[in-house]
Structure formats: C-alpha cells, structure tokens
Write a protein that binds this ligand. Structure first.
Ligand code: NDP
Length: 310
C-alpha cells in the first residue's frame, strides 16, 4: 500500500480527498491518503502552501513532492525539500487562465469601464475602439498558461507578441526573448499580460525604468505574481497618467491588506488571486499519473527545474 500525505490547508481535505482517491483507483494505485503526519512513513507528499508542513526532512522516505500549485516559489527554496518536486500543469488551470486573461484584455481593449461606470444619462458614443487586429498585446511568459493565452488572443485577432527565456515558435504570435526582446515587447504593449513565474530573475522585472517603456496609457493584466512589478513604481505611473489601468490578481502580501493603496487607486482593479484555480476534478488525475509514473520508475511530468527557479 502506497502512503501519501496531503500537506495543504485544512479546507483542501474535503475538496480534494474524494477526487484524489478516485483518481488513484482509476490509475490502478492503492493509496492510503492521510491529512496529517501520523508518525508513519510516507511515499509521497501532495503539497499546497498554507498547511503545517515546512520541514520535509521529518519525512525521510518521501520519493517525490507533487505541488497542487503551478507556481512553486514558496517551496522551491526550502532546503529540506531534497526530493524531486513537480508543479501543477492541468487543463482546467489553463482553461481558467485563458478565460480570465481574454476577459480582462477585452475589457481594456473595448474600453468597457467607460460604459459600466458611466450609467449617468450621458450618451458617450465618441470613442470607437480599434479592431483587435490593430491592438498590440504583449504576453510575458509563454509557458503552459502564457502560451495558451497568447494563442487565444491571437485567435481573437489581437496583434500578439510574447516573451520567454528560451526562444519559442507559436503560430500567430511573434516570439521574443532576451533583454532586447523584453524592451521590444514592452515598447509596443498597449495591453501587457504577465504570466511569468516568480524567480530570482523575474522579481521586480517591471521596475520604474521598464514601466516607462510602455506606451502612454497602456494597461497591465497581472495574474503571474505580485513581486514581478514594483508596487510604488506602478502606483506612480498610474497616478501620472503614464499607464491607463492595472488589473492585479496577485500581490506581495495576500490577502492584500485593506490599507494597501491598490484598493483605493482608481487605476487598479484588485482581484483576490482567483485568475485560475487548480480544479480538483482534473488536477487529481495529474497527481495520480505522476504517482503511477514514479511507482513504475518512469520520468515524472512537470518536474521543477531548481536551477531556473520554476
Ligand atoms: P511555465 O513554467 O509553464 O511558464 C513560465 C514561462 O515564463 C515560460 O515561458 C518561461 O520561459 C518564462 N520565464 C521564466 N523565467 C523567465 C525569465 N527569467 N525571462 C523570461 N521568461 C521567463 O509556468 P505556467 O505558465 O504554468 O505558470 C506561470 C505562472 O502563473 C506561475 O508560475 C504562477 O506564478 C502563475 N499562476 C497564477 C495563477 C493565478 O490564479 N493567479 C494560477 C496559476 C499560475 P521558457 O518557456 O523559456 O521556460
């Protein structure tokens, strides 16, 4: 019998354990799934931030840790986590992110706020938005999520450029990399989407200097990670009118404290880290498949590259 620990906030247990149990059975695995360390040995840890487990050296027999989150910045630096670590790549997560990003890009593209907030008897028919084909959108990060969003936006006819660490080819998307590529992607971005992981190379990537490269009035949609952007520089750029709007889903501190100036800034839409949730019904199958692979001695899917930080 395989033993697995679901090391996650308490609310995960009722939500996840039925789906995990079902997925293990469907994968032909006999698994004793446990909510708390009980002094016994474990073969695997299924992990989400916010639970009680912080010292993985207390679980010496663990063969792999499967993260239920796509972003692993909260555990990748844990020195006690010496076993292989996988992150979540899941069709539900991708679909959810594509919906969030296209929704918010379309909101800014169409100037929907003018009408949603302008129900005041004034007939505002003087602004005709360009067609999507004439709207320049840049997506930073072309991985599982950014790549899917770039493809979806290109499918809606947006003029899309993407930027990633390694060179890429995505039909309908001009793919850039390197420092020059970043400058080019920023300089043209009427709407900028951030889907980079948080790593030592991406923290504060959008500092005052890089924010100043964006065209006048540009909008930002950030479902990546809060620390990708310098908060103060962003607020200053919004206050001066250099930037038009920022839709922010992720923050340096979550929940975002009530006194944080983002809440009161007219140029900011705060969403509470809801861009795309890991859906247990699809994600449990990803965990089960990786456990099946580990038991069969096969290569794990979605292994985290610790040197790259994601
Ligand atoms: P991936 O690892 O699949 O993709 C990451 C992308 O970022 C890759 O294209 C990678 O380049 C690029 N990248 C990483 N470092 C750099 C760098 N230094 N310079 C340029 N490009 C870089 O991740 P996902 O797409 O699955 O997820 C992205 C992030 O989205 C997560 O890390 C997480 O922070 C966030 N997220 C947010 C959610 C929310 O609800 N708000 C939900 C889920 C995830 P390359 O292709 O060359 O490797």
């Amino acid at each position: 019998m395989i033993r697995a620990l679901l090391a996650a906030p308490a609310r995960y247990w009722p939500e996840w354990s039925p789906h995990l149990t079902h997925a293990f059975a469907a994968a032909g695995l006999e698994v004793d799934l446990v909510a708390e360390p009980d002094g016994g040995d474990f073969d695997y840890v299924i992990y989400a931030p916010g639970g009680t487990l912080s010292d993985f050296s207390t679980l010496p027999g663990v063969k792999a840790v499967f993260s239920l989150w796509a972003g692993v910045e909260k555990i990748i630096g844990n020195p006690t986590l010496t076993m292989p670590l996988t992150r979540m790549v899941d069709p539900g997560l991708v679909e959810g992110m594509v919906e969030f990003v296209t929704g918010h890009v379309l909101r800014h593209h169409l100037g929907m706020d003018a009408h949603i907030h302008g129900q005041d008897g004034v007939w505002r028919n003087d602004v005709v938005p360009p067609l999507a084909r004439n709207r320049k959108v840049s997506v930073l990060g072309l991985g599982q999520l950014g790549g899917a969003c770039a493809r979806a936006l290109a499918g809606l006819n947006f003029d899309v450029v993407g930027w990633s660490r390694r060179a890429k080819e995505i039909p309908g998307v001009a793919c850039l990399s390197g420092d020059d590529g970043l400058e080019e992607a920023l300089a043209r971005a009427e709407i900028l989407v951030l889907l980079l992981p948080l790593t030592p190379s991406t923290g504060n990537l959008l500092d005052a200097k890089r924010l100043a490269l964006l065209p006048q009035g540009a909008c930002i949609v950030n479902p990546g990670r809060g620390p990708l952007i310098d908060d103060d520089a962003l607020l200053a750029a919004l206050a001066s009118g250099a930037l038009g709007h920022a839709t922010l889903d992720v923050f340096r501190q979550e929940p975002l404290p009530p006194e944080h100036p983002f809440w009161a800034s007219k140029g900011v839409t705060v969403t509470p880290h809801i861009a795309s949730a890991t859906r247990p019904e699809t994600a449990a199958q990803v965990v089960a498949e990786n456990m099946r692979r580990a038991e069969a001695g096969a290569l794990l899917l979605h292994l985290v590259d610790r040197a790259a930080g994601y």
